[in-house]
Design a protein around this ligand. Structure first.
Ligand code: S3P
Length: 173
């Protein structure tokens, strides 16, 4: 199957660049967070508050299983920032297509996410140091899962989308 899975830290542009990429390639766009919200009937902070992080992770894995069962193909799939931390999710991504890691420096991320309250894991950590610390523990997981890495610092999401397209073409040739 030939999906394009976008992984990486919160605020690295998976959703915004993913939407641009889907337009550029003229293929559907899916967002695992959005799918979780639709099934749960509540927002992500409410899922974390009422059910806890583990329940959120279980819902997330359910989404990857569903995408595999339904044989979803030919889509850009923006994955929540913690999705690549679970082996089962990564296995399902690898079976479903190509995994693209988006990167950005903690300073860039902070700039993009500050002021938002839709990311429970950043509450109490909404500063460059807090972001850098959380990112450090996650980078090995992202790196291990990624087929290709794309930097996003100082780039508009349309440019990121073009760079992803170029990188995938280069991989395929
Ligand atoms: C999370 C990232 C979020 C969302 C949830 C947990 C994480 O998605 O899945 O808040 O663990 O990094 P985005 O990366 O799209 O913000």
């Amino acid at each position: 199957m030939n999906n394009i899975y976008l992984i990486g830290f919160m605020g690295c542009g998976k959703t915004s660049s993913g939407k641009k990429l889907s337009k550029l390639l003229n293929i559907p766009f899916l967002d695992t967070d959005q799918m979780i919200v639709e099934t749960a009937g509540k927002k992500i902070p409410d899922i974390f508050n009422e059910e806890g992080e583990e329940a959120f992770r279980a819902r997330e894995t359910e989404v990857f299983r569903r995408l595999a069962e339904e044989k979803t193909c030919g889509a850009v799939i923006s994955c929540g920032g913690g999705a690549a931390l679970r082996e089962e999710n990564v296995t399902l991504m690898k079976q479903g297509g190509i995994v693209v890691m988006l990167t950005a420096k903690p300073e860039t991320i902070y700039h993009r996410v500050k002021g938002g309250h839709n990311r429970p894991l950043l509450e109490g950590r909404m500063n460059v140091e807090g972001i850098a610390e959380l990112m450090e523990g996650r980078l090995p997981f992202y790196e291990k899962a990624a087929d290709v890495k794309i930097k996003t610092d100082r780039l508009r999401c349309a440019q990121v989308a073009k760079n992803i397209q170029k990188a995938i073409k280069a991989m395929e040739s």
